[in-house]
Design a binder for this molecule. Structure first.
Ligand code: NAD
Length: 246
């Protein structure tokens, strides 16, 4: 088998939720491929630990649901880097419980981060991409957003909403040379570590490839969607999930 050699030199990439987990691996992949990267995350300590001393990275400690803070960060990064070419909406949380026990806070927190954050970043980056005449937006959805999952009505609604949002914005911005796609991951991260062991064992048994991925395995798929070569791919959800969604 051959390998792809990514080259993102001269490319400005924004990743949300990039202090750890999948977002960290995505940001690292782009940095290693020569990009300038903005990492937006609400956890300032994790941001420091992950990125202090990496010259190609600007970090922004913020809540992606805070649209004013997002807009300011996007403009500051664009000024520093000379534009925004790629945006990856990856930040996410879970607040699991069955719907009849779900509090307003649990419902709102999940919708605000996933849907509110994806909206805020997308709205803020489009003017920069329009100016450049090109752009790539990659959103992170989930199997749960397509098929549902007990205890995750808030998360399923948010991730399903991200799919609908992806397709709508893809249609809106196609004329500007901007593509909008999503991935549906399955990877061993803190979010997965929070799942009770017996439930996790059941979930692993449903993965045709027999394991949860290393989060770094998500990066080449995102890089493809973020590349020039993916110019004719828009509005899709690419499962990077070991076959779970077959
Ligand atoms: N791990 C999986 O198998 C899996 C499966 C499907 C979807 N996803 C999605 O992948 C994405 C990344 O998940 P992960 O597994 O790496 O989780 P993770 O918990 O390891 O990382 C999430 C990151 O997002 C940040 N974050 C959370 N809320 C934020 C906010 N309001 N503003 C800014 N940053 C915020 C966190 O600080 C953290 O750094 C999420 O959208 C998640 O829903 C993950």
């Amino acid at each position: 088998m051959g390998t792809l050699t990514p080259d993102f030199s001269g490319t400005n990439v924004l990743v949300t939720g990039g202090a750890q987990g999948i977002g960290f691996e995505l940001a690292k992949y782009f940095v290693d491929a020569g990009a300038r990267v903005a990492v937006l995350d609400r956890d300032p300590d994790a941001l420091k630990t992950a990125w202090d001393g990496t010259d190609a990275v600007r970090t922004f400690a913020l809540d992606v649901a805070d649209s004013a803070a997002v807009a300011a960060a996007v403009d500051e990064f664009a000024e520093w880097a000379g534009g925004v070419d790629v945006a990856v909406n990856n930040a996410g949380i879970t607040r699991d419980t069955v719907v009849w026990k779900m509090t307003d806070e649990q419902w709102k927190a999940v919708l605000d981060v996933h849907l509110g954050g994806t909206f805020a970043v997308t709205r803020a980056v489009i003017p920069h991409m329009r100016r450049a005449g090109a752009g790539r937006i990659v959103n992170v959805t989930s199997y749960t957003g397509m098929h549902g999952n007990v205890g995750q009505a808030n998360y399923a609604a948010a991730k399903g909403g991200i799919i609908a949002f992806t397709k709508t914005v893809a249609k809106e911005v196609a004329r500007f040379g901007i593509t909008v796609n999503a991935i549906s991951p399955n990877a061993s991260t803190a979010m997965v570590a929070a799942i009770p062991p017996e439930r996790l064992a059941e979930m692993t048994a449903t993965v045709p490839l027999g394991r949860f991925a290393d989060p770094a395995e998500m990066a080449p798929a995102v890089a493809f969607l973020a590349s020039e070569q993916a110019a004719y791919v828009t509005g899709i959800v690419l499962p990077v999930d070991g076959g779970v969604s077959m």
